[in-house]
Design a protein around this ligand. Sequence first.
Ligand code: SF4
Length: 690
Amino acid sequence: MIAKTFCARMDHGGCGLLVHIQEGKIVKIDGDPECPLNRGAICAKGRAQIERLYHPDRLRYPCRRIGARGEGRWQRISWAEALTTIAEKIREKIDQGEERSIVFAQGTPKGLELYLLLRLANVLKIPHLITPGPICHMPRETAALYTCGFFPVPDFDYPPNLVLVWGSNLYQTNEEGIMGAQLRRVRDKGAKLIVIDPRRTPLAAQADLWLRIKPGTDLALALGFLKIIIEEDLVDREFVEEWTIGFQELKENLKNYSLAEISKITWIPEKEIKEAARLYGLTKPACIQWGNALEHTVNSVQSARALVILAALTGNLDRPGGNVHRPGPPVLRPGELVLSSKFREKREKLLAPGMRLAAQMGFTPSQLIIKAILDEKPYPIKVMYVQGGNPLLSYARAQETYQALKKLEFLAVAEIFLTPTAQLADIVLPAATNFEFDDLGHYGLPHGFILARPKLVEPLEECWPDSMIINELAKRLGQENFFWPNLRACLDDILKPAGLNYEELKKIGFYKGEWAYRKYEEKGFPTPSGKVEIYSAKFAEWGYDPLPTYREPKSALPDSKYPLILTSAKDAHYFHSAYRNIPSLRRLSPEPKVFIHPQTAQELGIHEGEWVVIETRQGTIRQKAAFDEHLHPQVVVGAYGWWFPERQDLEFSGWKEANINILTDNNPPYEPTIGSTNLRAIPCRVYKEN
Ligand code: SF4
């Protein structure tokens, strides 16, 4: 039998798959040529899902630790005992009036599980939910909401005549469900390409213009683009006059920046900035594909605002081939699913209500929780539930995260494998993979459709879907009125407003919203003013910069001890810290590599292929030196997300050996609205290992 579904959990997912099943087991995975997103193309990770599914190291049963935390001694327990233990811990705190001492943490969302976790937090009035949001997607989403009222996605379908790829390595990592395959098709049709990236990625290598930006200075460059677009009158005047507010204020504000100064900040020659801005401004239609790198700075939200403004000024917003609004189908909205009205009741209990965009999205930046656990200020946080995430590898300043996790009174982790974080838990729950349960893909994402990801095989042993774990935990916490008898009932409830049930969605595969261009001409933009808000009165009211304003954090400036600039990159063959234990993927990328310019390496006496130490003000790690002659000589690019599942001899499978977050800082300054930390421009030095 060959079943159709969509990829998930190996990255943000979305590629259509043909899954070959024999006698209840998956034996082969191909790309689905009929899927409009990938049209048959899939990557090594997509195929490797079989190895993950039947991996001998998968967690199979709930376990509780025996012995000291992290000692590695486990005892198998029943689901009933595991859920009751977790529920009792949560209930104990709630009964003491200490909801705020509980935190739920989500790794990168894979399907519905984030929404159910947030729903549970909301009905229990637990104020703290950690998601990767402040450094992934949410700065762009909230910036866009407060600028044009929707998340503008590139319209690769029309298609555009130019794509400006900004901080996105789409060919290797996709981007929240936007597929490299889509961009390839646009390129095949002749679209020009500008790439902004410190590295000469495969995409940059084939670009018409590649701007080798200094890591972390994207906002300065975006201001340079805006300056040229305005000064050279490349604006769509009609659109700007009728559909924007704050153009004059922006024009005035940009006078504070000279192109020479922007060139100095970004390390990009003035001539190249001009050439790229002109090419973008003159080519119609043009779209921007923005990436996660924009969000790894303390200017994250304003960087994203600047790019929305750039699309607006050039008349590329909500127009064919530009950046468009893709409303989803009329299913239950995420805000309704998570019962966001209940969230308002707990807002005053948040750790940082002043970070208004984070508060609005319902999450707390991870570094604030970690510090509160350690310092017990403004109050202690003692109980943590982690779902599909590996904080020890993914939160900035891993040393602090480690101390915080160890200090917790109780930690439960739901995972597929025993990650370094799971090794520190009191209870470990075995999570099912995407082929083992019914789920929705792209729900809540801005792509304008949802995907059916049906159960194809029985879950391994006692593995449960994360969503089912939350649903059952909720019942043990007396919240059955807000949850469902089973997951299928939940899915049917979500689809009900569209007049569908899950069986029907499975048959059609995916369901699109109603897409149209230039909707603003009928209804205005979905902002308070009905226009694109270049000047944000709301930001001004809240005390934030109402116009994009570049601020360079002092901690990002190199000095004589740390003269190099460290940034990091995700590996095409992994997803964040996951899957180093998948043999076919590990063969493709066996070791963590730090890329360094050969001239810099020569000056430091470093040879290619040898292990080197990377040191920042925060700590040291070791990675293997690889040369990249296209890098700026002052930039080094470390590998992100590394631990060594095979190294049982190292503490927690080598969580600190090569972990880039040993080198990052989680101290202020933070991005003021949402709490992003600086992850892209970290002064460092590199030297040979003794
Ligand atoms: S590109 Fe992403 S969605 Fe597509 S097959 Fe690979 S991992 Fe899956």
